[in-house]
Design a protein around this ligand. Structure first.
Ligand code: 13P
Ligand code: SF4
Length: 359
């Protein structure tokens, strides 16, 4: 059925699939990628009138922000959200921005940076305040740009404390120079003394999937095989990222393991659908791949995108093309115009700074 709709809709539609999608969805994706690659593709694929995003809500919003006016973006299941993105509500972020403006010794140095795993409203906040977005692929490049331009910049990093801490540390910022803003505590539970020397204020948010990976799991894997390679996503906590051999985005994880030598052994700290797919692919080359955790670390919201939802959505698009008046669109993701304008500034600045080649 899905193949039939794909054939009928042909170049009018493009299906984008994030690496955490299940195999049965990935088989129908025209392009797969990490958040950076998919956001660039959404900005590039101007011929497709319909962009079907097999991923989570913030990704579809980003596609709507970056795509052209004649394009429409759809999410097969609108309940596919991201618990990390939900941890930074726009009212909390605005309040944090106001307090930091009052308390920082040099408020004009404050630049908000949001991980792409955030709502369009939070991206717009960054755009309005001279900030930008980043993904797990280009976070270091964004920090390098900001701190090389002005070493006195204070970054407010939203909403993943771990990506922010891991990357800032890699850049050379000490843990002592990072403050942690808790949106549920008065003044974020950050003191004026801390702010006096902070170069980064981290929002207290995290990914419930990646927080399942622990140092004990790494010790156990190395106990079983001292030559094992440990590779994790930067959404893992600081201690895990420090112990791992390699840290990077989903695209980086795939590229690194694909380039590995036959006979090597890998444990991976990221979402289970990607790990299992890599394990199957690498088996043919005698490369062992398994999850760092023994319990399956599944992104349940990514998993909501399944074949029935995809088939139902494509059926609607097909019926709409036959009789537009009788078949209004379903599950279209629309970001309002004002939010879109500022969120676009934040995303476009990121792409301009850090675009990577996409196939
Ligand atoms: P990537 O940008 O590495 O694909 O990560 C997206 C994500 O949601 C990881 O949890
Ligand atoms: Fe969000 Fe974590 Fe799922 Fe990524 S893996 S979409 S950060 S909940």
């Amino acid at each position: 059925m899905i193949s039939f709709y794909k054939q009928q809709l042909a170049e009018r539609m493009v299906i984008l699939g994030h690496h955490y999608q299940r195999d049965d969805i990935i088989q129908f994706a025209d392009f797969t990628g990490d958040s950076l690659k998919l956001s660039q593709l959404a900005a590039r694929e101007k011929d497709a009138e319909f962009i079907v995003f097999c991923g989570v809500h913030f990704m579809a919003e980003s596609a709507d922000i970056l795509s052209a006016e004649h394009q429409k973006v759809f999410l097969p299941d609108v309940s596919a959200g991201c618990s990390m993105a939900d941890m930074a509500e726009i009212d909390q972020v605005e309040q944090c921005g106001e307090i930091l403006q009052q308390q920082l010794p040099h408020p004009e140095k404050l630049i908000p940076v949001t991980y792409i795993n955030s709502s369009a409203a939070v991206k717009a906040f960054c755009g309005r305040h001279n900030g930008l977005c980043c993904t797990s692929s280009n976070c270091l490049a964004v920090f390098e740009f900001l701190w090389q331009r002005d070493p006195k910049t204070v970054v407010l990093f939203l909403p993943d404390e771990h990506l922010g801490r891991n990357t800032a540390y890699r850049y050379g910022i000490t843990l002592n120079d990072m403050a942690l803003w808790d949106p549920y505590e008065p003044s974020g539970a950050v003191t004026a003394e801390q702010l006096a020397h902070s170069r980064m204020v981290l929002w207290k948010g995290f990914c419930s999937v990646h927080q399942e990976f622990t140092c004990e799991q790494i010790h156990k894997a190395r106990g079983e095989d001292p030559d094992v390679n440990v590779i994790v996503h930067p959404e893992c906590c600081f201690e895990v990222a420090q112990l791992a051999d390699y840290v990077g985005s989903t695209e980086y994880i795939i590229k690194t393991i694909r380039a590995a030598r036959p006979g090597t052994n890998w444990v991976v700290g990221t979402e289970i659908n990607l790990v299992n797919r890599l394990a199957r692919e690498m088996k043919q080359r005698n490369i062992k791949v398994r999850s760092l955790s023994e319990c399956p670390c599944l992104c349940e919201t990514m998993y909501r995108i399944d074949l029935p939802h995809l088939a139902w959505l494509l059926d609607n698009l097909y019926q709409h093309c036959l009789a537009p008046d009788k078949n209004p669109f379903v599950n279209q993701i629309i970001v309002d115009e004002v939010t879109k304008r500022y969120a676009h500034q934040a995303l476009a600045k990121m792409i301009q700074l850090t675009a990577v080649p996409v196939d």
